[in-house]
Design a protein around this ligand. Structure first.
Ligand code: ADP
Ligand code: ASP
Ligand code: MG
Length: 439
């Protein structure tokens, strides 16, 4: 069985929802994972923001407007009165539920519940459309099987067990619809897999059922060789190795959630990136096959902070790096890039929640300098170090960009540069020019 995930733009209008309904009705049994309609998650976060600020009128305005939008969608989506009314009832139910949060003190847990309504709405609308068309479809609620553990990581054993049971209970269905992004945490509370997390849901589901293929349907024809929002004339990469795709996702290629490749990679399930607006375009195939000795793409990760710890005793001080890492570990802050020298270590983080405490602790071991507003630009491909020249090419493209750190050798697949955020566009353009347009 295949798992097909459709992102926010792919279900962003009634017409798109109808197109997706047609696309998935091809007689093959499948699981369809849906995001919320585009802009809905942002609007639900805006509602929560008003509630945090104790402004229920502000929240109600936004709730009413969003509800009206959905009511209009229902008018356009269904052709029968029965399904229109049934879906309107369901939609009103979701919005009335959201309104119940406008009374008391607002908590992050309640925000998660509000934000989860986006995927619950889109999947209800899709299911009803398929049923109206006479398709043998059913819902498998993500909140009944998608789980995280005490560390906030997916609880793969529980997901597999619960999803397997749900599917066994509904063996006759042709299409199983489920919500991306939303889950329950280790305590059974509603939670989510972070922004863009529907890709991750699809990959976790694919791994749990040992799917034949995971398809991520979006608004572009696959992974491009550079960020199409920044650089003109980017082109799709037809084939990527799991490792290459994982590096690109982690280092900022927005088309994929940062960790969504991992479950598919471990289970060795190919991931195909496809375009809902152009369903026949080949897209990108991500698998264990490697198109070797080639640079494939460039990505950039924003909001990076660099921290330098200088200790004149580092060379002699066994355990210096261990102490430094322990500090980051104790604040559950992961490190993206790291460079060492005899006198110190520089590293980069993107989660600055505990920055002040981390810096305080680091000061016990050396002089600490922090540079904010940085970004990581990452060149990805199969760049086995025994084949000279890849790093020289990347460095040459970066020759006019002031570079704070460079990292190569952590894997065969990545050369990373830490630069100022303001230099990002220039760096991406120059890399495109030198790496993909010069020959
Ligand atoms: P969805 O809502 O379907 O999850 P996203 O907006 O999360 O879609 O991801 C698709 C978008 O990712 C594209 O519209 C594109 O602007 C952006 N993007 C950034 N980097 C890349 C890249 N290297 N290749 C393709 N798309 C990219
Ligand atoms: N709806 C969620 C978001 O906007 C999840 C997703 O689209 O992947 O972040
Ligand atoms: Mg996305």
């Amino acid at each position: 069985m295949k798992v097909l995930k459709f992102g926010g733009t792919s279900v962003g209008t009634p017409q798109r929802i109808q197109e997706v309904a047609t696309l998935v009705t091809d007689g093959e049994k499948k699981i369809v994972v849906l995001s919320a309609m585009s802009k809905t998650t942002n609007t639900l976060i805006e509602i929560s923001d008003y509630l945090y600020k104790k402004n229920p009128e502000g929240a109600n305005d936004v709730i009413n407007r969003l509800e009206q939008t959905y009511i209009r969608h229902v008018e356009d989506l269904y052709s029968t009165r029965e399904y229109r009314e049934q879906t309107l009832d369901a939609i009103r139910g979701h919005f009335d539920y959201i309104r119940t949060f406008t009374k008391d003190v607002f908590t992050p847990h309640e925000e998660k519940v509000i934000v989860s309504q986006g995927e619950l709405l889109s999947t209800r609308m899709m299911l009803n459309l398929l049923l109206e068309r006479g398709v043998n479809a059913c819902m498998i609620p993500a909140l009944d099987f998608m789980r995280t553990d005490e560390n906030g990581e997916p609880d793969t054993a529980k997901i597999k067990d619960r999803l397997g049971r749900l599917l066994n209970e509904l063996p006759e269905a042709d299409i199983y619809i489920t919500q991306g992004f939303i889950c329950r945490n280790a305590y059974g509370e509603v939670d989510n897999l972070k922004r863009g997390g529907s890709d991750y849901s699809a990959s976790l589901i694919g791994a749990a059922i040992n799917a034949d293929e995971i398809q991520i349907w979006t608004d572009i024809d696959g992974m491009h060789n550079n960020d199409p929002r920044v650089v003109e004339k980017t082109s799709p990469v037809r084939s990527l190795h799991f490792e290459e795709a994982a590096e690109l996702a982690y280092f900022g290629a927005k088309i994929l959630h940062p960790t969504c490749i991992q479950p598919a990679k471990f289970a060795n399930i190919p991931v195909r990136l496809l375009n809902t607006m152009e369903p026949d375009a080949p897209g990108t195939m991500i698998s264990n096959n490697i198109d070797s000795k080639r640079i494939k793409a460039v990505a950039a990760k924003d909001n990076i902070t660099a921290i330098k710890i200088k200790s004149s005793r580092m060379l002699l001080a066994h355990g210096f790096l261990r102490k430094v890492f322990e500090i980051f570990e104790s604040y559950r802050t992961s490190i993206d890039m790291i460079c060492t020298s005899e006198v110190g270590v520089s590293l980069s983080i993107d989660d600055t929640t505990h920055l002040r405490a981390i810096v305080d602790d680091l000061k016990k071991y050396g002089t600490v300098t922090v540079d904010r507003d940085m970004c990581i630009v990452c060149v990805v491909g199969d760049m086995d170090w025994t084949h000279a020249g890849f790093e020289a090419k990347a460095l040459d493209a970066m020759r006019d960009i002031p570079t704070r750190m460079i990292s190569f050798g952590g894997s065969n697949y990545n050369i990373s540069f830490l630069i100022r955020a303001e230099d990002k566009e220039k760096a991406l353009r120059s890399l495109s020019k030198h790496l993909f347009h010069e020959e």
